[in-house]
Design a binder for this molecule. Structure first.
Ligand SMILES: Cc1cc2nc3c(=O)[nH]c(=O)nc-3n(C[C@H](O)[C@H](O)[C@H](O)COP(=O)(O)OP(=O)(O)OC[C@H]3O[C@@H](n4cnc5c(N)ncnc54)[C@H](O)[C@@H]3O)c2cc1C
Length: 314
């Protein structure tokens, strides 16, 4: 591991290569701030989406092309001011005097300010059998694994947008898809719910709480409890696709910033400033009320404007 601080002190380090991080990077380049953008990959969470239809200015784009477009946009303006550190994962941020040391799995960097845009990751299913059958019928990525379940009966757990999107992807391959939703209300957009449920091979069961995944070598059934009656029902299935929400990726700042009860980074919504002088955060890792691609990008732009102002007055 090398400490790059001996060579360079950055004005800002942006962590994350999703819409938030890349928006921050493009603005930072245009303001000619000495920047490092550190990310393990480009594109962020919606990279797994088949079709993103609400990225403003783009009618429709696949998640993979979305990631490529973000990277290309950043590279086009990075010039000699933004160092792109792809394939690096930040493990720690520490305050040292008036600077911050950002440590990754490969190196360490010194910087005057930090913008955190590390988004979130999928919550794991916590029921009997869930760990045992992970990757043996239980999966967290429909777009990656759906073709392996061609002609099979599968279940999706979760009634948010991600659950219904997964169901839509699975319907292209599976014999049948059953979506289990904990409550009697779906959190997904009504237009998506209506479209997915109109498929005759699709079924949704509400008030259904998963309690056990069964199988031999691979999953062969799921047991859920009807929340209203207490009745336990066993469904024979070959695949279980889990979409039960997201957890913010904030583990590397928890010793520096007081996180909220959900593990999110609290920010001032006017500026995206955190409680720590010199650190900003944007997008899904924050306590912002709404989380979407356009919002993450807008938050990061706001943060960059404020970082620029902060650096100029220091
Ligand atoms: C399946 C799915 C479909 C979606 N579809 C849509 C949609 O159609 N439209 C829409 O507006 N929103 C959609 N969303 C929501 C949207 O993806 C998020 O709101 C958005 O990605 C948030 O952007 P972000 O930049 O805050 O974080 P993310 O997009 O999550 O990006 C985080 C970035 O940080 C990097 N990273 C994480 N940890 C580290 C670390 N320790 N070190 C270095 N880098 C790290 C990641 O590699 C990634 O590049 C969808 C979400 C999901 C899960």
């Amino acid at each position: 591991m090398t400490l790059e601080s001996t060579q360079k002190i950055y004005d800002t380090i942006i962590i994350g290569g999703g819409p938030g991080g890349v928006a921050g990077g493009v603005y930072s380049a245009r303001k000619r701030l000495r920047t490092a953008l550190v990310t393990d990959t480009f594109g962020g969470q919606s990279s797994v989406s088949d079709d993103i239809q609400n990225w403003i200015g783009t009618v429709s784009i696949s998640g993979i092309d979305f990631g490529k477009a973000l990277k290309k946009h950043l590279e086009a303006y990075a010039g000699d001011v933004v160092d792109i550190r792809e394939g690096e994962k930040v493990t720690k941020i520490e305050k040292q005097g008036e600077f911050f040391i950002v440590t990754t799995n490969k190196s360490s960097y010194e910087t005057r300010t930090v913008l955190v845009t590390t988004g979130s990751y999928r919550r794991k299913l916590d029921v009997v059998g869930a760990e045992k059958f992970e990757n043996k019928g239980i999966t967290y990525c429909a777009s990656c694994d759906a073709p392996m379940f061609a002609g099979k009966d599968v279940v999706v757990i979760g009634g948010g947008n991600a659950g219904f999107e997964s169901a839509a992807q699975l319907l292209a391959h599976a014999k049948s898809v059953t979506l289990l939703n904990r409550s009697d209300v779906f959190r997904a957009d009504p237009v998506t719910v209506k479209k997915v449920l109109s498929n005759p091979r699709m079924k949704a069961i509400t008030n259904a709480v998963p309690v056990e995944i069964k199988g031999e070598k691979f999953v062969n059934a799921i047991i859920y409890e009807n929340k209203e009656t207490g009745e336990k029902v066993e469904l024979p299935v070959s695949g279980v696709f889990v979409e039960i929400g997201l957890l913010p990726t904030t583990y590397f700042v928890k010793d520096l910033i007081k996180l909220n009860s959900l593990g999110q980074i609290p920010v001032d919504p006017k500026t995206q400033k955190t409680e720590v002088d010199g650190i900003w955060a944007a997008g899904d890792c924050t306590d912002g009320l709404y989380h979407q691609n356009n919002i993450a990008a807008g938050d990061a732009v706001k943060a960059l404007e404020d970082i620029y102002k902060y650096l100029k007055t220091k």
